[in-house]
Design a protein around this ligand. Structure first.
Ligand code: PXG
Length: 289
């Protein structure tokens, strides 16, 4: 496997990062997860823009332009002869001194991995996911801005631990006020009386690119979409629910805390949006060559 690392495509055995890298020492860095379908990278510019915004918000200058970074991503996928891939792009603060001061790290490091990812087993896409609510809360924006896709994922990892220990594959995370924020690596939607509802980004979720695509698709179908604060009550009384994310795509959620949502099976609007999402992802996007 070829890895793009700081300007070069190198063999994975050569792709090494310093133990003094602040990404490793302090989780000081940002990342993106993208997908390539049929030789086209889905929403490439949106992901790269979000990467640059995440970096800017943590006072990190990426030493390349957005069009250059788009090109590097395409080159990495092409160099590995892939047409379908999961792409993990990471920018760390770079190697520096011990101690928090990021100004002592002269230059960020960037690497790009083109590989594959499987978040949930195939049968969950047809049968739906059983989800639990975890005790781990999303950090308030004054502590760790949820919109920044940073290398600080311990909050999400601990939520995932709770899900797995609770015999579920995914967990709903609430914010400090008790409103639904998102899941560990996915945004959440519910359907109620023909209307799609999703939490406000300001309630503690990532401003998901898949979330935005689903809002676009639903709007094009004439389905109203409301972004508002949601509680577990709203999920319990929903007709349907589903999760969205680059890795997960669109996946039905059929229960919360062992209580059935709607009929307890993937709903018709969920299935319609899953199909529409797959069609869009397979036919649009930036060609890699
Ligand atoms: N919330 C969180 C906390 C995420 O990390 C999403 C929502 C969905 O956002 P997008 O823009 O992808 O629709 C994410 C995305 C991984 C992985 O390797 C994680 C994500 C995406 C791809 C891979 O675990 N998180």
């Amino acid at each position: 496997m070829k890895i793009w690392l700081d300007g070069k495509l190198v063999d994975e055995t050569e792709a090494k990062i310093s133990v003094f890298d602040h990404g490793l020492l302090y989780g000081d860095g940002v990342f993106e997860g993208l997908r390539c379908y049929n030789g086209r990278i889905f929403r490439l510019e949106n992901h790269v823009k979000r990467l640059f915004e995440s970096a800017r918000s943590i006072v990190m200058d990426i030493p390349w332009t957005q069009p250059e970074v788009c090109r590097f991503i395409c080159e990495t996928v092409a160099a590995n002869n892939l047409t379908d891939a999961y792409i993990r792009q990471v920018v760390t603060r770079g190697a520096g001194e011990l101690g928090l001061n990021p100004y002592l790290c002269p230059r960020p490091s960037m690497f790009i991995i083109a590989s594959s990812i499987k978040l949930y087993p195939e049968e969950c896409y047809t049968a739906g996911l059983a989800v639990i609510t975890c005790a781990t809360r999303r950090p308030p924006p004054g502590a760790l801005m949820p919109q920044v896709k940073s290398l600080n994922y311990l909050n999400n990892v601990m939520a995932k631990v709770e899900a797995i220990q609770g015999n579920a594959l995914e967990a709903v995370m609430l914010n400090e006020q008790g409103y639904v924020a998102e899941c560990t690596g996915d945004n959440i939607f519910i359907v109620k009386d023909g209307v799609l509802h999703t939490p406000l980004v300001s309630d503690g979720g990532l401003n998901g690119i898949t979330r935005a695509v689903i809002i676009e698709l639903a709007t094009a179908f004439g389905i109203p979409v409301i972004e508002r604060s949601l509680t577990r009550y709203d999920i319990f009384i929903a007709d349907e629910a589903f999760l969205t994310g680059t890795a997960a795509e669109v996946i039905p959620m059929i229960s919360l805390d062992r209580r059935k949502i709607g009929s307890g099976e993937p709903g018709p609007l969920t299935r319609r949006l899953m199909t529409a999402y797959h069609e869009l992802a397979a036919t649009t996007g930036t060609p890699i060559t």
